[in-house]
Design a protein around this ligand. Structure first.
Ligand SMILES: *[C@@H]1O[C@H](CO)[C@@H](O)[C@H](O)[C@H]1NC(C)=O
Ligand SMILES: *[C@@H]1O[C@H](CO)[C@@H](O)[C@H](O)[C@H]1NC(C)=O
Length: 394
């Protein structure tokens, strides 16, 4: 009886253990019983303090001028070997050749794979993992690399602090079809079920990236899926990539998270993790907020009107000042003229060259009378002025 009891106990334990193991390997999900809130029960790192994705609050980023543009290496030289596209039940993945890599980071990184995160084809927000100032994009592309300078392969690198580098590309919808994304989307119908794979023609991986690789956010974070290792140096580009609404709809509605054998088909949707707390981490920006600001046409109009109003205002003020100065100058001039009319007369009188010959007395007195009539200065001054004049006379 005792040995039977032990046997039953051990059997139960074994089944518990195998059940737990299978959860840890494949059956985590985004929602439901094994959803993201429960990940840390099975994958302790998912409950860590440096998790991804995060909400980038642009006013709280720190400008770091040493952050140079990232340099994709070999992205465009894909060669003739086809790519393998697969549905792993969580996302769609393309394995990348090891000779593709990334420069412009503290170490050389080799490409491993790229995959996507998206929403549910409905009108609701969401789809991207990273958000900017609380705003989601419609989807997000991740290109995963490992530190090939320090580690021999991805499995060795992915548990190390400096092991991985991931590029995050925010995807939004617009009017135009983005032909680069059709290199993936055109083949999704061949891998509708989990665990399906297909070979697809190789293509220029750089064509999936934004044009400006110099403006990005950089922070230390984690894998955004279990086991959530905190080993990722993140680069989230400022520039978003645009695809059409029809392309997004394809991405969001063709794939199943269930495999072909399962009777109940489950659409592969909303495969994005919610943003995680920053916990004292700093998000660095390779560009400064002011110069990085792109202006909308409304803002441009506002600035033009503002500048015009400013100019008109300035012109009015300058005109007023000039007029005021002129007015005071005139006023001053008039005062000077009135106050010194006689002295200036006197000066004229004094500076007169030697008086004309034969100036007789009556003429002189006449002149003096004139002086008297006009002069408002003191008697003494007048005497002083008039006294030398006879001396100059021959
Ligand atoms: C990765 O490298 C480690 C350490 O050298 C090695 O033990 C392991 O077998 C390698 N794994 C693969 C998948 O190559
Ligand atoms: C990431 O962490 C390493 C080691 O702690 C640190 O040296 C580096 O500056 C951090 N990088 C960023 C972008 O925060």
């Amino acid at each position: 009886m005792d040995s039977l009891g032990i046997f039953i106990l051990l059997t139960l334990k074994f089944f518990q253990w195998t059940a737990a193991a299978s959860v840890e390997e494949t059956s985590w999900t985004y929602t439901g019983l094994l959803g993201q809130a429960e990940w840390s029960d099975h994958f302790p790192d998912c409950g860590g303090t440096s998790q991804s994705p995060v909400d980038v609050i642009t006013t709280q980023t720190k400008y770091d001028p040493s952050l140079i543009p990232v340099v994709p290496r070999g992205y465009s030289q894909h060669g003739n070997q086809p790519f393998t596209l697969s549905n792993d039940g969580h996302t769609v993945v393309i394995e990348l050749p090891e000779w593709m890599g990334l420069g412009g980071l503290p170490w050389l990184f080799s490409a491993v794979q790229l995959h996507l995160h998206w929403g549910n084809g409905g009108p609701s927000d969401g789809g991207s993992e990273h958000t900017i100032n609380g705003q989601s994009a419609d989807a997000e592309l991740h290109v995963v690399h490992y530190n090939s300078e320090l580690y021999p392969n991805i499995s060795a690198a992915m548990t190390q602090k400096d092991g991985l580098a991931v590029l995050g590309i925010l995807i939004v919808t617009g009017e135009e079809t983005n032909p680069a994304f059709n290199n993936i989307l055109n083949y999704l119908s061949r891998i509708r079920h989990a665990d399906q794979k297909v070979l697809i023609p190789a293509f220029d991986v750089q064509s999936l990236l934004p044009k400006n690789l110099g403006r990005y956010y950089r922070y230390n974070g984690s894998l955004t899926t279990p086991p959530c290792y905190q080993s990722v140096l993140w680069t989230v580009f400022h520039e978003r990539v645009q695809i059409s609404k029809a392309q997004l709809m394809k991405m969001e509605t063709i794939l199943y998270s269930s495999n072909a054998e399962e009777s109940e088909k489950m659409l592969l949707q909303d495969n994005y993790r919610v943003t995680q707390p920053l916990n004292h981490r700093v998000v660095f920006a390779s560009f400064s907020a002011e110069s990085g600001k792109e202006l909308s046409s409304g803002e441009v109009t506002a600035i033009v009107i503002g500048v015009m109003c400013g100019c008109v205002g300035l012109a009015v003020i300058i005109r007023f000042i000039v007029k005021t100065i002129r007015f005071f100058k005139l006023l001053h001039l008039e005062t000077v003229v009135v106050n010194s009319s006689t002295s200036s007369w006197d000066i004229l009188h004094n500076n007169r060259p030697a008086p004309m010959p034969r100036i007789n007395e009556p003429e002189k007195t006449n002149e003096k009378k004139q002086d008297l009539a006009l002069n408002s200065t003191s008697e003494a001054e007048r005497k002083e002025e008039s006294s030398p004049s006879p001396q100059t006379e021959p």
